[in-house]
Ligand binder design. Structure first.
Ligand SMILES: NC(=O)c1ccc[n+]([C@@H]2O[C@H](COP(=O)([O-])OP(=O)(O)OC[C@H]3O[C@@H](n4cnc5c(N)ncnc54)[C@H](O)[C@@H]3O)[C@@H](O)[C@H]2O)c1
Length: 284
């Protein structure tokens, strides 16, 4: 299938990155948010990120302008009627994602592939809400989407070979290195990452060490670009909590049980970098 226009549902941290990446690669994008405020915030994130790329000399101003011209924002799902591929990037909640897939199935052409950027949820559950279960798969991008080279593809029991090949070609065309996972909780990366992040919170919660020393230990001891608490701020504490809760619900494995501190911080609005506060302060 010839993909020219891509629909994106959700313009948060990930959705805005996906919009930017896809528009820069020459596709038209229609992005849907729940209200004008979120849409405006999401689109200004796209604009800000592309502006920084221009300042750093990584993107020509003319290319930025052309990419920006290919992006259309909306609050109506029906505006995704003409898309050739749809990618869902709303919050990590299965009931919400299922209802979005039901809507996408109703508004898009029956031959259109529907993908989820879910970090951990069962893609087959979303597929089950559609009349095209063979055309549903996971396209799991990493944050920040324009920069991170990885795309984790998730095939369900029912994803067809044709769907997989079309989506793989699309992902590789965006310049991403593709890895493929079964539709298992957390897929490859988060099945390993989430217990590690939760352990770091437990370590800090138990007074084992200062947050700075936990982060420095991993950064300098293991040569990671950032420590786990900084990474949590970057990913979003709320998003990490959503993922951990969903994985715990499915696996009943204590490695995925969220520490009380993480839950308290999210309730208090300490969602990490995007909210100005997390383990560290970003308000300035
Ligand atoms: N944050 C990460 O590092 C990361 C990495 C990979 C994948 N993911 C996954 O990507 C998805 C989005 O995460 P995020 O970090 O961008 O979260 P976010 O909270 O920054 O953004 C989610 C956005 O979805 C919007 N939304 C909610 N319901 C919607 C609907 N019905 N229609 C349209 N928009 C809707 C919200 O208004 C919000 O702006 C989640 O499934 C998450 O697990 C996140």
């Amino acid at each position: 299938m010839d993909i020219q226009t891509v629909g994106v549902v959700g313009c948060g941290l990930m959705g805005s990155g996906i919009v930017e990446l896809i528009a820069k690669n020459g596709y038209n994008v229609v992005v849907r948010e729940i209200n004008d405020d979120f849409l405006e915030k999401g689109l200004s994130r796209v604009q800000g990120s592309m502006g920084r790329a221009v300042e750093k000399g990584k993107l020509a101003a003319a290319e930025r302008d052309a990419a920006w011209g290919r992006i259309k924002g909306t609050t109506n799902m029906s505006d995704l009627a003409g898309v050739d591929l749809a990618i869902e990037a709303a919050i990590e909640n299965l009931d919400l994602k299922k209802s979005i897939f039901k809507e996408l199935d109703q508004v898009t052409r029956p031959d259109v592939i529907l993908a989820s950027n879910t970090s951990s949820l069962a893609v087959i559950e979303m597929a089950s809400m559609t009349r095209r279960q063979d055309k549903v798969l996971g396209l799991h991008f990493f944050n920040p989407v324009p920069v991170m080279p990885l795309l984790e593809m998730v095939r369900t029991f029912l994803t067809s070979e044709e769907t997989y090949q079309t989506a793989r070609k699309f992902g590789e065309g965006l310049g991403k290195q593709v890895i493929v996972s079964k539709d298992a909780p957390g897929f490859i990366v988060n099945a390993l990452l989430i217990p590690y992040l939760l352990d770091a919170v437990r370590m800090y919660e138990n007074g084992f060490a200062s947050k700075e020393d936990i982060d420095t230990g991993i950064r300098l001891g293991l040569n990671h670009p950032m420590g786990p608490l900084t990474l949590l701020d970057f990913v979003g504490l709320d998003t990490t909590l959503f993922i951990a809760d969903e994985m715990f619900k499915e696996l009943k494995d204590s490695r995925f049980a969220a520490p009380a501190l993480l839950r308290r911080m999210v309730t208090a609005g300490y969602n990490g970098r995007k909210s100005g506060k997390g383990f560290y302060d970003y308000s300035k």
